[in-house]
Design a protein around this ligand. Structure first.
Ligand code: FES
Length: 121
């Protein structure tokens, strides 16, 4: 197993992302709710730089007691990574596509050691 240095702890803000690795094998490392997450920066759709996309919460329909649609709201507990090329959305915590769990970003383990963040691949 190989390890790749990302940055020092504290250099990556919550919500931030660092792209590391070599051309053809770039990995996006992000800090989300205090957890380091790492995904191959290649969208399973057509290879777009998914980790560089915006992040938005899940949109939920709001249904009243009578079963009528009354609006929508964000579910802040379920943040999505949005691929900038065509808009595929992936759950940030798992890398799974929001509509098809068989489609997913390749996930890597991260470790924090001696003040540094590393991704294992
Ligand atoms: S390449 Fe990512 S949505 Fe198409």
């Amino acid at each position: 197993m190989n390890e790749l240095y990302v940055c020092k702890v504290g250099e990556l803000d919550d919500g931030g992302v660092r792209i590391v690795g070599e051309p053809g094998h770039r990995i996006g490392v992000m800090l989300h709710d205090g957890e380091y997450l790492a995904y191959l920066n290649r969208c399973p759709h057509q290879g777009g730089p998914a980790c560089e996309g915006m992040r938005i919460p899940q949109v939920q329909d709001v249904i009243d007691e009578a079963g009528l649609f009354v609006g929508q709201r964000y579910d802040e507990s379920d943040l999505h990574i949005v691929c900038p090329w065509h808009g595929y959305e992936f759950h940030i915590k798992t890398g799974e596509h929001v509509c098809n769990s068989a489609v997913r970003l390749r996930k890597y383990a991260t470790v924090v050691r001696e003040g540094g963040i590393y991704v294992q691949y």
